[in-house]
Design a protein around this ligand. Structure first.
Ligand code: MLT
Length: 246
């Protein structure tokens, strides 16, 4: 199999866009992979994980054909979407990389936080999401040493419409708990997590990887939740090494 036979379907996080995958697009296209990174933002509320998975599959169909299989790389909310995609389009999935994400649904407190964020975003715009989230997204090391990464994360977050932020927040609040289905995952799986991830911490990733048969776990040093943007070279190396064994 050549790299051209494998599509990489990158699913972005919240409240981000496909722009968050820029370092991965560049590196993996240079290696000959077909990179598909759809925009999962939807303005009809709630935007469910199933609707986002439908949008992702439509993008894969358009880019690589309706029979194409992909390795699905889901970051955070994109991981929640990947679980839906695996359940509903399992025959299209050749492998699964779950980055800085979790299988559990939101707690009641978490759901209340989503509702508050949705209301604030509709009232105040995307700055409400930046205020609520940016400080938790990055490792303190990144905040200290890489102001450019912080600026880029903020820029992408501010590009989301208030309606899309609200719709995704409410869609995530309504998502299923996937813990019980982890043991049934039958595709090669890689779990990646930033060592300083404060949103989906390494112990959550470790537990998830332990529940998926044969899953590999890679911890990205000196990275927080946004591991792919904070340490792109290490993130890409982890993904590349795993892909080479598929
Ligand atoms: C994300 O990065 O996609 C979000 O932090 C996910 C979440 O809020 O659960």
């Amino acid at each position: 199999m050549t790299h051209n036979d494998i599509a990489l379907l990158f699913l972005h996080g919240f409240p981000f866009s496909p722009e968050m995958w820029a370092p991965q697009r560049e590196a993996f296209e240079a290696q000959g992979f077909r990179v598909v990174a759809p925009d999962l933002r939807l303005e009809t509320s709630p935007a469910t994980m199933d609707e986002m998975a439908d949008k992702a599959i439509a993008a894969l169909d358009a880019a690589a054909g309706e029979a194409a299989k992909a390795v699905v790389i889901g970051f955070s909310m994109g991981g929640y979407v990947a679980f839906s995609l695996l359940e509903r389009y399992g025959d299209r999935v050749a492998g699964l990389a779950l980055a800085d994400t979790r299988a559990e649904a939101d707690s009641e407190e978490g759901k209340a936080g989503r509702r508050a964020l949705a209301a604030n975003a509709l009232e105040q715009g995307p700055q409400a999401a930046v205020d609520a989230m940016l400080h938790k997204l990055l490792s303190p090391k990144t905040t200290d040493r890489r102001p450019d990464v912080r600026r880029e994360a903020e820029r992408i977050m501010l590009s989301a419409s208030p309606a899309a932020i609200a719709a995704a927040a409410l869609g995530m609040a309504a998502r299923q708990d996937r813990t019980a289905s982890l043991g049934g995952i039958r595709v090669p799986t890689l779990v990646i997590v930033g060592e300083d991830d404060a949103i989906t911490p390494p112990d959550v990733a470790e537990k998830m990887a332990g529940a998926i048969p044969g899953a590999a776990l890679r911890v990205v040093p000196e990275a927080g939740h946004l591991s792919n943007l904070e340490r792109p070279e290490l993130f890409n190396e982890a993904l590349s090494a795993w892909l080479s064994k598929l």
